[in-house]
Design a protein around this ligand. Structure first.
Ligand code: NDP
Length: 268
């Protein structure tokens, strides 16, 4: 029986085991998917090997370290610099990123964004920025601290810290039609990703507020809804990225549409 897992810290909130195990059962694939609370990033690959996993997902905060630790990185993950899917091929570990394409898939039929405000500068932000840029969609990356913005600036993205945002931008001058929260604010606390004095003027009926966090209405989404914006949580992105991961885990044998359909059924 093949074993899979998701690595993260925190990890109890993850719905990945539910999705993947439902799929294994439905398609009669003899496999099991668990969750692994990883404390030391240096032990990611070592743990993968010790557990003799056939594949894994990687979540907060290990996606960048996964990129550095796997033997080969394929596809869009090379541009992004972050990996959320590990697949064993013989003795080698291959890294993919399914967040980017998974995210893009979720916009279909909802919005064709013209100007995006991306909150956060971690692994998920990198994936989303990369795919939006590949579609030439203008975006501004806004992060609490300057450190993580360096890699975005080097790649030519327009970026700002919260402080810069107040200093050189009048929020109303920027007509963002899509605001995406990729920070972990709201995951297990009641924080907004951006001070409400900065966020509120950006919210109105013409905006889609998208939070990649799933499983609860985050303060960001509640605030956006209260201010008239449309909202979308991370449920669909979770399913899309998991479906693509599963496609790689199972050597692209099963139809992606069927995988997606089953995963939708798994998540109430
Ligand atoms: P990272 O740890 O790589 O990045 C976290 C980012 O959040 C950093 O930019 C950090 O800013 C910022 N941040 C953290 N706390 C706050 C705060 N209180 N206020 C403002 N900014 C804050 O995380 P990931 O990119 O891996 O994941 C981010 C979130 O996305 C997680 O909640 C994860 O569960 C979710 N996710 C959901 C997916 C889905 O399928 N629905 C897929 C992937 C991720 P700083 O640099 O200043 O520390």
């Amino acid at each position: 029986m093949h074993q899979y897992a998701v690595f993260g810290n925190p990890i109890t909130h993850s719905k990945s085991p539910l999705l993947h195990n439902y799929l294994f059962l439905s398609l009669a694939i003899p496999a099991f998917y668990g969750r692994y609370h990883l404390f030391k990033e240096s032990e990611l690959v070592e743990s993968f090997k010790r557990l003799n996993l056939a594949g894994a997902n990687v979540t907060i905060p290990f996606k960048e370290v996964a990129f550095l630790q796997c033997d080969e990185v394929r596809g869009i993950a090379r541009q992004i610099g972050s990996v959320n899917t590990l697949v064993r091929e013989g003795n080698r570990i291959i890294g993919y990123n399914t967040d980017a394409e998974g995210f893009m898939q979720t916009l279909e039929g909802k919005i064709q964004p013209k100007s995006v405000l991306l909150l956060g500068a971690g692994g998920t932000a990198r994936a989303i920025a990369s795919i939006l840029a590949s579609y030439q969609i203008p975006l501004l990356v806004l992060n609490r601290s300057a450190k993580r913005l360096e890699s975005f600036t080097l790649k030519g993205y327009e970026s700002a810290t919260h402080e810069d945002f107040t200093r050189f931008l009048h929020p109303r001058e920027r007509a963002f039609d899509l605001i995406i929260n990729t920070t972990s604010a709201g995951l297990s606390d009641d924080l907004l990703p951006l001070d409400s004095a900065l966020l509120t003027p950006l919210l109105h009926a013409g905006v889609l507020a998208y939070d990649v966090i799933y499983g609860r209405e985050t303060p960001f989404l509640a605030h956006a809804r209260a201010n008239g914006a449309r909202t979308l949580d991370g449920r669909e992105m979770l399913i899309e990225q998991a479906a693509l991961s599963s496609f790689y885990f199972n050597d692209r044998v099963h139809d992606l549409g069927r995988i997606r359909e089953l995963m939708h059924r798994a998540l109430p």
